[in-house]
Design a protein around this ligand. Structure first.
Ligand SMILES: *[C@@H]1O[C@H](CO)[C@@H](O)[C@H](O)[C@H]1NC(C)=O
Ligand SMILES: *[C@@H]1O[C@H](CO)[C@@H](O)[C@H](O)[C@H]1NC(C)=O
Ligand SMILES: *[C@@H]1O[C@H](CO)[C@@H](O)[C@H](O)[C@H]1NC(C)=O
Length: 174
């Protein structure tokens, strides 16, 4: 009796564990796009902060507000296919002028996935940064995860950033 009850409990817990394991995420998606920003064309300094290093492509005085609507392309070449846009604002939040708090909406038009994701976090200008995904719309409704943004090419009037997306959808039905 005890033995069969124990067996039943064992089977139930294995089933439960298997269910948790297979439903820990609904779906995951990783891909990479490239953000192309051109100063005074797609990205603008709308306010220059009171103190700190001079405005360059990688530094700005603390409090500086940069607003942008940049194309997201398939490669680091500015003639590659446009697959989305990233629009947002960053405010320099480092006294050394090297990092800012960024909020952005990323609109994506990918094969099989259309919609947007929103990101919020601190981007360090000259090294890779992980930014949490705070939500999404369309095919990205309820999405979670993070993006890693890294400078690729920052010269003259243009700055190119690699954006690696690590997205997952929650296990509950949406
Ligand atoms: C996506 O990248 C994460 C690391 O960030 C990795 O753990 C996961 O296995 C990758 N998923 C797919 C579907 O490639
Ligand atoms: C961008 O435009 C502003 C305002 O017209 C100007 O002061 C600034 O020098 C321009 N920046 C570059 C890099 O051309
Ligand atoms: C693309 O990049 C090249 C080389 O950096 C540059 O000469 C050209 O003006 C850029 N084109 C656009 C549309 O920004």
């Amino acid at each position: 009796m005890a033995t069969s009850l124990q067996s039943l409990l064992l089977v139930l817990s294995i089933l439960l564990l298997a269910n948790i394991a297979t439903s820990s995420y609904h779906k995951a998606l990783n891909f990479t796009l490239f953000q192309h920003e051109t100063i005074n064309k797609t990205g603008f300094i709308v306010y220059t902060g009171p103190t700190g290093p001079a405005v360059t492509l990688t530094t700005a005085p603390i409090g500086t507000i940069n607003t942008f609507q940049d194309p997201l392309m398939a490669t680091a070449s500015n003639s590659s296919m446009v697959l989305g846009t990233v629009e947002g604002t960053s405010v320099t939040s480092g006294v050394d002028g090297l990092q800012g708090i960024s909020m952005a909406k990323i609109t994506l038009n990918l094969k099989g996935h259309k919609g947007s994701i929103s990101i919020l976090g601190v981007i360090r200008n000259i090294v890779p940064s992980d930014i949490p995904v705070v939500g999404g719309t369309g095919d990205f409704l309820f999405v979670g995860g993070y993006v890693t943004t890294s400078p690729v090419n920052v010269v003259g009037l243009t700055a190119t950033f690699k954006i690696e997306f690590h997205l997952y959808w929650p296990p509950f039905p949406v």
